[in-house]
Write a protein that binds this ligand. Structure first.
Ligand code: AMP
Ligand code: MG
Length: 471
């Protein structure tokens, strides 16, 4: 099957990756193929067989490699990570002329596997499929899911589990950690080659390392504001899990909040709350500071001036983030115009939501559909006092607040308890809940037959308190 692969990363120097074909699996069976994404990529559906999605057969033109990177994991630098359970098959130019990586995740051991088995089990594969596609439908930049297969092989974790492979699509898999691996080895030439490659792919207007830093900073600030506007917690914002493109990448112990609280943490491995909901912008800046220090050796002039200049560029983060956050949250309460007191109005709502443990998604959707969230903001008098201020502000709003809010406040999200129930069913061989979820979450802003089911917050015994890493 001829596909228009054009593998620019594989043309970079050998030190950037290891040539590594996927390790074949016993008996691949298709769980799902993302037809609209396949079409967007110009890949005929007939080409996306179980064998192709599992890596048993390679599409003509693919040149599988495992990419090298490093990264700060929970603040500690690990000098070498890399694709330990994934291979990049290659890049295709999609129907819109955009370059897209196709990667298999769970495709077997690579030179960067360390102690790992290179495999994935069904749970994280289905979670990433559902959540990444939901994020896309919610309008958040993200990697995509092209397809998923079971492997017919067991994977040993805390128990024996069914193996699976995810075919993932990204505008690239270049991470902050990809810069760190070369910079930490003092290899300025490789760092520069990587930067030039990343600029060409993602930020063609950037001429200098500082401009590149600014572009990545702005993209991350926009991204994290988008996460927060849908109540998303990434869970493992390590520098190896931050894509230079500004897409959400590496869905591990990620989660959407049900009840709103700014300090919400889900990940079992995040004991200090480093990546708590409200801490995500700070961690974004922290990661970008690591990118900045990797880029310093590429800057002309003396270090001291360069550090000051890089810090200046990083200081744009709060500004871009703040503007994006305000724009999104203003829309969430029906505002298209800007007034001085809008920030306080939004904060007033969020504070009341936190006190009442209001459901994040359902509160905002109730504003859109009923202009009434009194069943969520239950604390005495809290709703009435906010509603009064809100109504006064809306009276000065020219547009159609309902339409604004319906487009900004989704009816549904992939709730953790539904995700866990879906995975439990799949492990027993029942994929109906998976298909039901992907179908409903393809149009999260519209009311449909399954909206009530997926909008329902977890009962106390359904509540998911902890999520576990995606291995
Ligand atoms: P993560 O933060 O989960 O994206 O992964 C951190 C690092 O661990 C990456 O270098 C992964 O490739 C590697 N890794 C995770 N799971 C496995 C596995 N099952 N086998 C080999 N490497 C793995
Ligand atoms: Mg990762």
């Amino acid at each position: 099957m001829q596909t228009n692969f054009d593998n620019s990363y594989a043309r970079l120097p050998d030190a950037f990756y290891a040539k590594q074909p996927p390790v074949p699996v016993a008996k691949p069976e298709v769980i799902a193929v993302n037809e609209s994404l396949a079409q967007e990529l110009g890949l005929p559906l007939a080409s996306l067989t179980a064998d192709v999605l599992a890596g048993n057969t390679l599409l003509d033109g693919s040149e599988p490699i495992a990419q090298l990177y490093a990264g700060h994991q929970f603040g500690n630098f690990v000098p070498q990570l890399g694709d330990g359970r994934a291979v990049l098959l290659g890049e295709v130019i999609d129907q819109n002329g955009n370059r897209r990586d196709i990667q298999l995740k769970g495709s077997g051991r690579t030179p960067f596997s360390r102690g790992g088995d290179g495999r994935a089990w069904l749970g994280p594969v289905l979670r990433e499929y559902v959540v990444s596609e939901a994020m896309h439908a919610l309008g958040v930049p993200t990697t995509r899911a092209l397809g998923a297969v079971t492997t017919g092989e067991d994977v040993i974790r805390e128990r024996v589990l069914p193996g699976a492979v995810l075919a993932r699509v990204a505008s690239s898999h270049i991470r902050v950690g990809t810069f760190q691996v070369f910079a930490s080895r003092g290899n300025a030439e490789a760092t520069r080659t990587l930067m030039e490659h990343a600029i060409e792919r993602h930020y063609p207007d950037a001429d200098t390392p500082l401009d590149f830093l600014s572009a990545v900073t702005a993209a991350q600030a926009e991204l994290i504001a988008a996460w927060m506007s849908v109540g998303f917690i990434h869970g493992v914002m390590n520098t190896d899990n931050m894509a230079i493109s500004g897409e959400t990448i590496d869905y591990g112990p990620c989660a959407f909040m049900d009840a709103y609280h700014p300090s919400t943490v889900f990940s079992s491995i995040d004991q200090m709350g480093r990546y708590a909901f409200q801490n995500q912008p700070n961690m974004g800046i922290w990661n970008l500071a690591q990118l900045a220090s990797s880029l310093l050796p590429l800057m002309d002039g003396n270090d001291e001036d360069n550090i000051t200049a890089a810090e200046d560029r990083l200081h744009a983060f709060p500004e871009v983030f703040g503007a994006a956050w305000s724009r999104r949250f203003r829309a969430k309460i029906g505002l298209t115009t800007e007034e001085e007191g809008d920030g306080a109005l939004i904060q007033g709502l969020l504070q009341r939501m936190a006190t009442s443990q209001a459901d994040f998604t359902n509160t905002f959707r109730a504003l859109a559909t009923r202009r009434d969230a009194s069943n969520e903001i239950t604390e005495d008098g809290a709703w009435d006092s906010w509603q009064e201020q809100w109504a006064a502000r809306l009276s000065r709003e020219p547009g159609d607040p309902e339409a604004t809010m319906r487009a900004a406040n989704s009816a549904i999200i992939p709730r953790n308890h539904r995700v866990e129930q879906m995975i439990a069913a799949a492990v027993e061989g029942d994929f109906a809940p998976f298909h039901r979820m992907t179908a409903a979450l393809a149009t999260p802003y519209e009311d449909g037959p399954d909206t009530a089911y997926f909008a329902t917050a977890p009962l106390p015994d359904e509540r998911v308190a902890r999520t576990f890493c995606g291995t």
